[in-house]
Design a binder for this molecule. Structure first.
Ligand SMILES: [Zn+2]
Ligand SMILES: [Zn+2]
Length: 246
């Protein structure tokens, strides 16, 4: 285990939606998310709106006085309707990837009365605008191409909520593909999942991540999920979730 046991544990939640996601609650504003994560004593969170990173920087800025690490991310919907968590080293890289991803969305106007608002905010809840196209639609990027696409912006990715009956890699493909190879998997309810499938295939091959997929403030994780990391940073996360499965 190469001395990993000596590493400190950090409480994390790497799957949180803001009010930019059409399904995100109106109270999922940048300062509210940062403050709730702080109240819950989390060390490390990621902002992962559907197919866009336009609120990630605001959450990072809102969290700065709280000594809470915020990783900018995106929950991408692939062409096969598979949800994938993508994490980036900086707000700039996430925004560049997000801008490119938005161009891979169908030009379908959001209808807030049906799907919800898609508000872009600053770190003080100032509304900068609303995103016009429906962000919950699938992009035209396939699961084969996504990892390389994300890597071209310095990020890495892994399949989201693989144990859910929809928008998960297992529900769409039936099994995990050999290619592309992922270092981590997000399992929403690992106790239930591994009781059903057994963990021989997964443990040791993948890092297993459990995050909230919060769309409501109260759903942000308590201090219950931990990762052993050199430090609470993108680089340390990348090392554990991409290069060194636990
Ligand atoms: Zn999802
Ligand atoms: Zn989600």
């Amino acid at each position: 285990m190469k001395g990993c046991c000596a590493l400190p544990r950090y409480a994390y939640d790497l799957h949180i939606h803001t009010c930019l996601s059409p399904c995100g609650d109106a109270l999922m504003t940048p300062p509210n998310i940062a403050n709730m994560a702080y109240i819950k004593s989390l060390d490390l969170i990621a902002v992962t709106d559907h197919n866009s990173a336009r609120n990630a920087r605001a959450v990072m800025l809102a969290a700065r006085p709280l000594h809470l690490t915020v990783i900018p991310g995106i929950e991408v919907t692939t062409a096969e309707e598979i949800h994938v968590i993508c994490l980036f080293p900086s707000a700039d890289s996430a925004e560049r990837a997000g801008a490119e991803l938005e161009a891979h969305l169908p030009s379908v106007q959001n209808r807030p009365e049906f799907f919800g608002e898609q508000l872009i905010m600053d770190e003080r809840e100032g509304i900068k605008g609303s995103f016009p196209w429906l962000l919950s639609n699938a992009t035209d990027i396939s699961i084969d191409k996504l990892p390389r696409f994300i890597e071209s912006f310095g990020g890495f990715c892994y399949p989201a909520h693989i144990d859910r009956p929809s928008n998960s890699i297992l529900s769409v493909l039936g099994s995990l593909p050999e290619r592309p190879a992922f270092g981590a998997l997000e399992v929403h309810d690992p106790d239930k999942f591994f009781k059903i499938v057994g963990n021989g295939y997964y443990r040791g091959k993948y890092a297993i991540v459990t995050s909230s997929d919060a769309h409501l403030l109260t759903d942000i994780s308590e201090r219950v999920n931990f990762l052993k990391l050199d430090e609470p940073s993108f680089g340390a996360l990348r090392k554990v979730l991409l290069e060194n499965p636990i």
